[in-house]
Design a protein around this ligand. Sequence first.
Ligand SMILES: *[C@@H]1O[C@H](CO)[C@@H](O)[C@H](O)[C@H]1NC(C)=O
Length: 506
Amino acid sequence: MHTVYNFALGLLAAAAVATASDVEQLKKDNFEEYVKANDIVLAEFFAPWCGHCKALAPEYEEAATSLKEKDIKLVKVDCTEESDLCQQFGVEGYPTLKVFRGLDNVSPYKGQRKAAAITSYMIKQSLPSVSLLTSETLEDFKKADKVVVVAYIDATDKASNETFGKVADKLRDTFPFGASNDAALAEVEGVKVPAIVVYKEFDEGKTVFTDKFDVEAIEKFTKIAATPLIGEVGPETYADYMAAGIPLAYIFAETAEERKELSDAIKPIAEAQRGVINFATIDAKAFGGHAPNLNLKADKFPAFAIQETVKNQKFPYDQDKEITHDSIKAFVDDFVSGAVEPSIKSEPIPETQEGPVTVIVAKNYNDIVLDEAKDVLVEFYAPWCGHCKALAPKYEELAGLYAKSEFKDQVVIAKVDATANDVPDEIQGFPTIKLYPAGAKDKAVTYSGSRTIEDLIKFIAENGKYKASVVEETAEEEVSAAEAATEAPTETAEEAAKETDEHDEL
Ligand SMILES: *[C@@H]1O[C@H](CO)[C@@H](O)[C@H](O)[C@H]1NC(C)=O
C-alpha cells in the first residue's frame, strides 16, 4: 500500500514538473503587490470557458518563457473567480490583455495573440520610448528587432530631439526607437546630423532620412522604410497592411519558388511604387481562401490583385492572363492613373423577399440601405459565423415585430452576407449591426449592446428618425452570466478559422 502511495506521489510530482508554467495566476489578494513589485507586467484576464482564451493559452505560455530572462512577467487572472479584480480594471470581454507599469500606468495590449508577437511587443514596451545610444550599445540595439529607428542628433538640438521623441511616443508599440548625440558615431554610420536611420533585416538593410525633422514626415518615412519592398501577407502582417493607408498588391502563388520568381519579376514595379502601393506575396496553398475576398477565383494560381484599403475596393487581375513584369506593369500603371474600374461582387438580387428580414446584396445595397425615407437596420453576417447563427432566430422575430407594426413602411430590418457581397462598410467582425437612420444616411450608428430583441428595439427607437418602438411578445429570456460577460462578441474570419479549423483565412 505504502509503495503504491509513494509511486502515485511521484507521478503527481512528475506531472507538476511537466506542466510548470512561467505564467503566474494571480488573485485579488496578491495582484496589486505583484504589479507594484515588477516594472512591467502583462496580465491576461480570462474565463475558463472562453474559446479564444484557450487558443491563446499555449502562445501565452511560450511568450512567458521567452520573456523570463528579460524579467518581463506574464500573469493571468480567472475572472470567474476574481470578478471584483476584473471589474476594477474594466474587463468587459475575454480575453482582455493589459500592460501594467505599476498600478497607475495601465494600457491595453495592442499586439497579435501569437507568441512571437507578444514577445516582441513586450520587449518594446519594456524599453523607454527612445533609448539613448552610444558606440558601445548601437550594434546590439540594431539587432533588437527586425526594424529599429535611430536618430543622430546634436546634443544642443532640442527641437529635433523633441520632434523625434513625439514620433517615438506615437509608434513605440511598433518599433524600438534610439538616439545618439555622439558626432563621431554619426560619422561612422555615414550620416550628417540631424538624420534618422531605419535599420532593417531585409532589403537594402538601412534607409536614411535627412529632410527637415517634422513629426508627420518622419512617421511617413519610417512606415515606408519599415515595409519590405515585397513582403508577405499572413496573419501577422495582414492588419498592418490594411492599416497602412495605401493600396496593397497581392502576388498569390502556391510554392515558395514561384513566389520568389514572381517577386523578382515584379520588384522593379514595387520599387517604382514604393510608398504608393505596398506589394506582398501570399501563400496560395495556405491562404487561397482569401482570393475570393479580392474577387479572384480560388482555384487558379498564380494570381494578382490590388486592394484599395481605404475604400475597400478590389482590382483583380484577369486570371486567364499570364503574370509577367510587362503585363503587371501595365495593369499597375492603369490602376494608378484610375483607368481600372473596381470589381464589385454581388449575389443576384432576390426576386421576392421571402421572410420579414430584407435580404440585401451588393446590387440593391444603395436602393435599400440609402433609402432616405426609412430607418434601416443592417446585419452584416458571414455564413460560417456562429454568433450570427445564434442571432438569426431573434433577428427574424425582431423583423416580424416591425413588419406587423404601424412602422412597417418606415423601418426595414435587413441582412447582408458580407462575404458574398461587396459592401462599402469596413466590417471588422461578424456580426456587425448598423442603423442607417432616415434622412441621415451618413450618420450610421453601430450597435454595441447585447444581442437581445429588447435591446435592439431600444436601439432602433433611440437612434432612428421615427423613434419606432414595438413591444416584444415573449418574456425576456434570461441571459446567462457567461453570455452577458462576453459582451456580444464578434468573430473575424481568422478567429473562426482557429475555432473550426475549416478555414484558412486571414
Ligand atoms: C534628448 O533630450 C533628452 C531630455 O532632455 C535627453 O535626456 C537626451 O539625451 C536627448 N537625446 C539626445 C540624442 O541628445
